[in-house]
Design a protein around this ligand. Sequence first.
Ligand code: ADP
Length: 366
Amino acid sequence: MATELDIRNALASLKGPDGTTPFLRSGVLGGVAIQGEKVYVSLIAEPQNAKAIEPLRQAVEDQVKGVPGVSGALVTLTAERPQGSAPAPGPKAAAATARAMVPGIKHIIAVASGKGGVGKSTTAANLALALKDTGLTVGILDADIYGPSLPKLFGLSGKPQVRDGKIMIPLEGYGVKVMSIGFLIEEEAPMIWRGPMVMSALQQMMREVDWGTLDVLVVDMPPGTGDAQLTMAQSVPLAGAIIVSTPQDLALIDARRGVAMFKRVEVPILGVIENMSYFLCPECGTRSDIFGHGGARHEAERLGVPFLGEIPLHMEIREKSDAGLPVVATDPDGPHAKLYRGIAEQIKARLEGGAAPRTMPRIVIE
Ligand code: ADP
C-alpha cells in the first residue's frame, strides 16, 4: 500500500498555481487520505478559481495514479482549509477531504427539471442504466424527496440493510446501486418536509450510504427551482447538471429557470434533453409533434448550453417505467435504449473532458 510520504514525493516535482512555487509549499494541498489502493487528495481553491486550477488538479491526479500500489486517485477542490493547518496531512485533513466530496465517487451529476411531470425520473433512471452500459460503475440517488419514484422505476422494494448501526447498503437494480427515501418511508406516509429536514435527509442518503467506488452518481433532483432545490444544488459537490424539459413553451420557461439556477451556483450544465419530444404511432408509423417539437433544442442553443437529444413520447417507455422494467435494461436493443445510450455517451465524454460536444455551446449576446 502506498504511504502518504510516497504521495508527497510524487507531488514534489509539481509547481503550484503560480507556476513557480513548488507545489508542496504553495499551500494548495489540503489533505491526503489513503484507503487501500485508492487515494483521495483535496486541493484548496476558491470556487471562482476552479477553472484556472483544473490543469493542476489533473496533473496531481496523474502523478498520484502513477505511484506504485495506487489503483485509483480522486483529486477534488475544496474551499475549506483543514483546521489549524498549513498543508498538513493526517486525520484532520482527511476529514476535510471527506466533507468536500463523497469518497469513492468520481462524478456526481444532477438530473433536474423546472417542473414536475416532464419525465425527469424516467430519464434519470434510463440514463443511469445507459451510463452503466458505457462501462461505468453507476449509482442513482433519489433526491426527489417529495415524490420518490426510483423504487417503482427499478422495481425495488424493502429496506436497505444497515451496517455498523449507521451506514446503509444501497439496493441494486439492473447493475446500478439505488438509494431512495422511498425505501425508508411508507408509500402512503404524508410527505411534509421542511427545508432543513430535506437537506439532512439528502446528506445522509449521500454520505451515509456504502456506495463503494462509483464513476458516476446520478442524483434525481426534486422538480422546480425553489429554495430547497437551490440549497441542494449548492450543498452537493456536483460535476454538472442535466435539464429535462418537454417541448412546449410553458415547460421551457421552467427549464430556463433551471439552467439559471445551476449557473448561479456555478454548476456546469451538461446539457438539455427534450423528453416526450414527438409521438410515433405504433400502428401506422406516422409522427405527430403533440407538444410541438424542437423547442428544447432551440432553447438550449439560445442559452448557449449543449443539447443532448430527444426522447419520443412512447407507450413502451411509460408502461415499462411504471412496471419497474426500464427500457434500457429490458429492451437494450430497442430504439429507445439506443437514444438513451447516445445521450449517455455524450455525458460520459463531457465528464471525462474528452470528445468534442455534439452541439458546441454558442455565445449568445442578449
Ligand atoms: P417527473 O419525474 O418529471 O415527475 P416521471 O419520470 O415520473 O416525471 O414521468 C411522469 C410520467 O410520464 C410517468 O408515468 C412516466 O412513465 C411517463 N413518461 C416519462 N417519459 C415518457 C416518455 N418519453 N414516453 C412516455 N411516457 C413517459
